[in-house]
Design a protein around this ligand. Sequence first.
Ligand SMILES: [Zn+2]
Length: 833
Amino acid sequence: MSRPLTGFCAALLAAGLLVTPAAAAPADPGRAPATRDPGNGPERNEVAAAGPENAVQALTAGAERRWTPPQRGYPRQTRLREYPENPADRSIKLGLVPYHGIAPRLNALQAASDRVSAEVVGQSALGRDLYLVTVTAPESAAETRRQDRWRARIEDDPRAAARDRALRRGYKAPVWINANIHGDEWEGTDGALRVIERLATATDPATAALLRRTRVYITVTNNPDGRIAGQRPNGNGFDVNRDHATSSQPESRAVRDVVIATQPFVMLDEHGYTGTTLLEPATAPHGQNYEYDLYIRHALPNALGMEAAIQRLGHPETTRADIPFRDYAPGDWDDWPPIFTPMYAMYHGAVGHTVEIPLQVNRAAYDTLPVAELQRRARVNTDVADATITAAITYTDTHRAALLADQIEQFRRGWAGEPQRHIPDGYVEGFGPEDRYSTEFPRAYVIPAGTPAAARLVDHLVAHDVRVTAARRPFALNGRRYAAGTYVVDMHQPKRGLANVMLEAGRDISELVPQMYDISGWSHRLLWGADVHISRRALPRVPLTPVAVAAPTGAVDAPRRADLALRLRDGADVRAVNHLAAAGVPLRRSGERTVVVPRAHRRAAADAAGRFGVRFTAAPRGATTPFTAPVLAAAVSADELFVLRELGFDVRPVSTAVLNAGFDWTGVTTLMVSSGLSYAGLNPAAKAALDAFLARGGVVTRGATGATFNTAAALLPATAVRGRADANGVVRTSRGPSFVYSPIWFTGTGFTVVERYGADPLIAGHWREDTPGAGGPAQAANQASVVSGVTTRGGRAVLYGTEPLFRAHPKGLFADVAASIYAVTPATVAVTP
Ligand SMILES: [Zn+2]
């Protein structure tokens, strides 16, 4: 979760001048370096995404391919495909292993050692192999099956596991190292390769004994696209270390599958570069769904052991570490959202740590420092990665009995439905009231079936190892009646924390900490479009069947002679509409939210119903207008571009530079602006071409860049008021729950209000005032969050002050955006002269 260092600090670091704060008294809340990065990275609104065209991920239910380990003993060696040498790989300048160098190294190691097994657990956004290396003493197939049975017993029957002496004696302690999830934080990979080589080739009895007791799992690079390009995100422009709760990206799905299959006691996510090595545990607010007592009693000593290990390296830059739990103020480096690898892994039973290696070699440093200095820094960083991995393996081996007992205990509490434990002050050194976060788990969540949103949510939960059941008969609960097939999430289950962190609303933590590191609100229940009901006390009294995959939801529910209607409620409906339009079906519109398919095209509709899980009904009588398939020019951020393409829109990425180079507007119906397009920055020719488009085409904007564009291009007479820049979370609106980051609201007249913030907008997240009486939720209350109208140029426009596509998470809002796009798209495409 490396925070990009801002301004002054970054400049000093780049120049090598930043002296890390000397070791001060513990728990001095003012001691944390000012490394916070408010907002969501300037790139979100300033750099328009340009691609790529590939890697569209299915929104529909049941479509996910999951990695599961093969049923074989160890070694289970795979000859990895080797990639051609790529001299442009940005690792090379640092003296580090380029991506194309990894497979040959691993192939050679597998040939040399029966302790090393390499497997491919997925492909990156751009199609590169993701490797999982396992280092352990050889096992027969029977021994591996026994370990698998024991792993399952720990999760499925923790009471039996606790009593199982053979398990306690023979279960190999799993440790998992994830490296290089941020592509330009390289050396986790190199340190991990060194550990693999050392463990593989050591001839001493202690190493042999260690590997008889331990399985070391290493995902060698979680982001090959970023490693090669020297960039933080993956090939789709996503920060993978923000995606673990959403799983929109193949890299985070691979990690999900690995952590479920391996169930590690301890895991490290190797990052950089914070000046001083940083070792979690984190500051408050701590995720309220953890069994935090079981975590912190290992996380703190393991961090102290890693700190001692880097001190032993003897580098002047590694004399101490920052341990946020010990050294930072609350909110400076928190473990609140489940979007980071270690926080996500904690819900699967792991003691998770982010590790930040110290010395900057990326960004400005990469381009400005002498190569010799870069390589020196990279060597120190590699030493730190190696030392932290080695120390974590040692901690795991030394404390294997306690770690096993505590993982068993975490799952046991889940099955038993026991309350979380009260953790007293001083439970570990420095634990105080500010660290105490807890929740009350409901007895069950109930999800009515039959919609693509419900099916998607259920498949998502199941893919994350949350147990979901379906009612075999109709039932009543808390005064409501439910049909057979209704999904029930019984919260007496081993990974109840993960179930709850996805299904709860979250919490308004604005008053609890002064600031947050990244997002503080999310909710699959409120933002993914499915109805999810909470049953606080009662489990339905009805037979329940485990669900492996959600039931199909598609249907054509109309007489043969009727035209068919599809109501735009979900992204799946949008995909179906765009698919039918692309197939040449002459669609029509009936109001803002309904698309009509002529009865002659019933077969195509039935096909789309099956494919996307959507439901067609008989079309209402009344006037319809022709549907025009939008062709978008989009100056948007990478996550927005990804979602628009996922929804099946024809999108042409643009930016100020693209328009200034002479963009061909022919055929474009609709412009979307949220990032990297400045009207004032256009040259006269580009401005004239855009003005010609604005006289006929539609516009949808989002956020500050969109609002600035609206004003500069004189579209709608709405004044955008900016809320606090780092405010984010789930908000109440007149259309239901929505999501904001850097919220905006609109004042003025001469437009239609599509949506307003609620009277008390924030449901969950962190949103404070900027200054007294400004920028806060009280100022946003009842103000317009989305507005629309006919522009002074003659086209139509919709302006969003919310974040409906943010990181591809709020899937229940995607149809709103699509409806806006359809609504502003002119009915007939004007031919550009
Ligand atoms: Zn990082």
